[in-house]
Design a protein around this ligand. Structure first.
Ligand SMILES: [Zn+2]
Length: 428
């Protein structure tokens, strides 16, 4: 358990966060007064009823200039511009002031993992940052957080021809980092290349490695646990996005929603469910003024519940995957997380594909680490009431692991039924 200093600091930071946060109405009114985008959406009258405000969808950004989202008050103070990968082919723009960019580091101080991470960096300062640096903000903010905690950071990136997986693997072998930041699947690629190309160095690399900080890709709890076990490391997987660093992964095994966000859930027809339950997530950032996000439909399918976390956090979220890619079986809505949670109880796999037919499920799994498939088909049959067939593929069949990955592996679940409602994005 952590010391009293850490606990007091968290209490203070949480208090400060709540103090600084605007009310949802005040943030909406700020957005209306300071951005063209929200003014054209809300009209000329002062915002009085937050619950009546229209939702902002990702598709709405398509016709607007990024500058329409930028606060006129802060337009000379923003220093960074980033955008989402763009699930609908229309990336969401986000600006950052210096203070807002620094916010990711300040929020990371709330994490109970912060003190052990800092202590570990005293022993081996080297960190490899293999998160995408192109257009997005995760790479930059993770690097900033590691530097401020005493790290020596190699910004390797992950989506460029200058830093292909083979070169990143080579850098890991030469520099032996204690922390790697990256998408889970990228990390598995680098480690497989090291095993194949530097067999004598592999154990030494794994011995030096203590923490994997992952984000940018849905990773179920069972998959997190398998990666931890395979490499004997701590695996901290963060659910965040360019639009907001809105959750904190906690040693209590939950992901907590930070009090700087007002979160609402909506059903399939975009009727409001409330703050708790299972639904489509919609966020209002109560701090971010440069690019306000008010009733912004992030549109992941999530489950939100109250938390009794020993570290004092009050709300938890389980991300299930993108809503547009969810499937309905026997009137119940499922997404990739529901399947992944089961699959990875049976071993560590690379990438996978799942095909849903009217009369069966077909599952294609890439081998990676230890696995024991006994019982997996039966558990699928029991959970989804459909006979399931599994095919094991060599690692590399689905993931060209020596090549630069051009897109995120989001599309893992394909509904082949005539009743399918999946909307496959143009750009992943
Ligand atoms: Zn917790």
């Amino acid at each position: 358990m952590e010391g009293i200093r850490e606990r007091l600091r968290r209490k203070m930071l949480l208090g400060l966060l709540k103090l600084k946060a605007l009310s949802p109405e005040d943030m909406a009114e700020y957005a209306r007064r300071n951005t063209l985008f929200h003014r054209s959406l809300y009209g000329d009258k002062r915002v009085s009823d937050f619950k009546q405000l229209p939702l902002v969808t990702k598709a709405m950004t398509r016709d607007a200039s990024p500058y329409d989202r930028l606060s006129s008050e802060l337009k000379n103070k923003v220093i960074w511009y980033a955008e989402t990968t763009g699930s609908t082919g229309s990336p969401t723009p986000v600006f950052y002031t210096k203070q807002e960019f620094n916010g990711a580091y300040l929020l990371s101080l709330l994490s109970p993992y912060n003190a052990p991470l800092k202590a570990m960096l005293k022993e081996n300062r080297t960190c490899l940052n293999g998160l995408a640096l192109e257009f997005t903000i995760a790479g930059a903010s993770f690097a900033d957080m590691l530097v401020k905690n005493g790290g020596l950071v190699i910004n390797a990136g992950s989506r460029s021809t200058i830093g292909p997986p083979t070169r990143i693997a080579d850098a890991i072998v030469r520099l032996k980092p204690s922390i790697i930041a990256g998408a889970p699947l990228d990390f598995l690629c680098w480690m497989r290349i090291i095993k194949e190309d530097y067999p004598k160095e592999y154990d030494n690399v794994v011995d030096n490695l203590k923490i994997l900080l992952s984000t940018a890709e849905l990773c179920s709890d069972s998959r997190v646990a398998q990666i931890q076990k395979e490499f004997g490391i701590a695996h901290i997987n963060t659910y965040a996005c360019v639009e907001g660093f809105f959750t904190l992964t906690c040693p209590c095994k939950e992901k907590h929603i930070l009090p700087a966000y007002y979160v609402e859930l909506f059903d399939e027809n975009l009727n409001l469910i409330g703050e708790y339950g299972k639904g489509r997530i919609c966020i209002t950032n109560l701090l971010k003024k440069s690019t306000p996000f008010v009733r912004y439909l992030l549109d992941d399918l999530v489950v939100i519940s109250p938390s009794t976390c020993p570290y004092g956090f009050k709300k938890s979220v389980i991300p299930k995957g993108r809503y547009e890619l969810s499937v309905k079986i026997n009137d119940e809505l499922y997404n990739v997380d529901c399947f992944e949670e089961i699959i990875f109880k049976y071993g560590l796999f690379g990438d996978y594909n799942l095909y849903l037919f009217d009369d069966r499920i077909e599952l294609e799994l890439e081998e990676y680490g230890k696995m024991c498939l006994e019982g997996l088909e039966e558990e699928f049959q029991r959970s989804f009431n459909l006979p399931t067939k599994i095919k094991i593929q060599n690692f590399g069949k689905l993931t060209a692991y020596r090549q630069v990955r051009v897109s995120k592996p989001i599309l893992k679940l394909t509904d082949k039924r005539a009743s399918s409602t999946q909307k496959i994005p143009d750009v992943l």
